[in-house]
Design a protein around this ligand. Structure first.
Ligand SMILES: Nc1ncnc2c1ncn2[C@@H]1O[C@H](COP(=O)(O)OP(=O)(O)OP(=O)(O)O)[C@@H](O)[C@H]1O
Ligand SMILES: [Mg+2]
Length: 347
């Protein structure tokens, strides 16, 4: 099973530029989480911090009992082996064909024979729809194919933690759905802890168990998917709707006067330009029939049941509605004062 990743009070700056501060969240073992946020809010920096490529100056990142900000480089090397990472730019070696790119981690980190390697590489290439392209160089294929090759490479060591940075960018809508299904299927098959950074609203609404959002140098929220999907937090609502209305502007954050002016235009019937009111919990994507059931589902239900009374009422209702599908009886845990002391993380 995947391992839990527990982040506490994390702060990262480059020189005098603070990227984000006091970020705390736990990626539950074996669950799928997604991190949203406008461009430049430091999502990629966050992923790189989780594998120890960047060093936040404050806080802790505990993986499998080890704080990777305190441990020795030897320990960090061992922890890194737990990860499979797809970087935003794919990060393929330009002079190697796809086969060699995907085989690279196996040749580097294992003592497997070339025939064993061949079996694994071809399996991962097939999983990502790349059979036939193994002899091509990264420069000879489309951006979407490069993404899929990067994902194939991220999977060859059967990682316990998978980080994928915008796996859907450069993919057409149909391929994005296949990719979403692939991520859920991988989770069902190897029960890895997965963190997806994405701008894709549809993927964000249907794939992850948990959702989080970075904005204004803070983690605005992180919790069960139902919490963000039913949130009335303006920035979350704006983002999930892809709307012009809200605190996110083209290049910077807006001030209150500007926001009020825009809202007045919408109230007068002027369209906000985004999707029309994406709100509420939609069914989550399930593993392809025939695959093992996702172990994460049962574990998450038990986990969420424990914190249910601390969540906003709309989120509770969404959770109960989806649990009702298989549970015979669920006792609602409404608790008026609970929202303030909620245990889901809120910036
Ligand atoms: N190695 C670095 N040195 C200095 N600044 C950096 C470095 N890496 C990232 N930054 C800065 O950190 C900020 C956050 O960058 P990051 O790439 O994490 O954003 P992002 O949320 O992933 O954006 P996008 O959605 O566009 O990918 C940016 O201002 C970027 O310029
Ligand atoms: Mg990024």
């Amino acid at each position: 099973m995947g391992v839990e990743v527990s982040v506490e009070g994390l702060t990262k700056s480059f020189g005098s530029q603070k990227i984000w501060q006091d970020v705390s969240l736990t990626l539950p073992a074996g669950e799928v989480s997604a991190l949203l946020g406008p461009s430049g809010t430091g999502k990629s920096v966050f992923l790189k911090s989780l594998i120890g490529l960047l060093r936040p100056e404050e806080g802790s990142i505990v993986i499998d009992g080890t704080d990777i900000l305190q441990c020795s480089s030897r320990e960090l090397y061992e922890i890194r082996k737990l990860f499979g990472v797809l970087f935003q730019d794919g990060a393929l070696f330009g002079s190697m064909n796809l086969y060699d790119n995907v085989a690279f981690p196996l040749r580097e980190h294992t003592k497997k024979s070339e025939s064993e390697i061949r079996k694994i590489v071809m399996e991962k290439l097939e999983l990502n729809g790349l059979v036939g392209a193994e002899g091509k160089l990264p420069g000879e294929i489309s951006g979407g194919m490069r993404k899929r090759a990067g994902l194939a490479r991220a999977l060859v060591l059967d990682p316990q933690i998978i980080l994928v940075d915008e796996p859907d960018s450069g993919l057409d809508p149909v391929r994005t759905t296949y990719l979403s299904q692939l991520l859920i299927d991988i989770n069902a098959q190897i029960d890895a802890t997965i963190l997806i950074v994405t701008h894709n609203i549809n993927l964000a609404r249907t794939v992850p168990d948990n959702l989080g959002m970075l904005f204004r140098k803070q983690l605005v929220m992180f919790g069960p998917r139902e919490v963000l999907l039913t949130s009335d937090e303006p920035v979350v609502h704006q983002f999930l709707n892809g709307s012009k209305i809200g605190p996110i502007g083209m290049s910077e954050e807006k001030d209150d006067a500007q926001m009020a002016q825009e809202q007045a235009l919408v109230d007068a019937g002027h369209h906000h330009g985004g999707t029309d009111d994406v709100y509420g919990v939609v069914p989550q994507m399930q593993a392809t029939p025939g695959l093992p059931v996702r172990q994460a589902v049962g574990r998450r239900q038990a986990r969420v049941r424990e914190i249910l009374h601390t969540l906003p009422i709309e989120a509770q209702q969404g959770i109960l509605a989806s649990m009702n599908d298989d549970a015979t009886q669920v006792i609602p845990a409404y608790d008026d004062g609970g929202f303030e002391q909620s245990t889901f993380e809120r910036g």
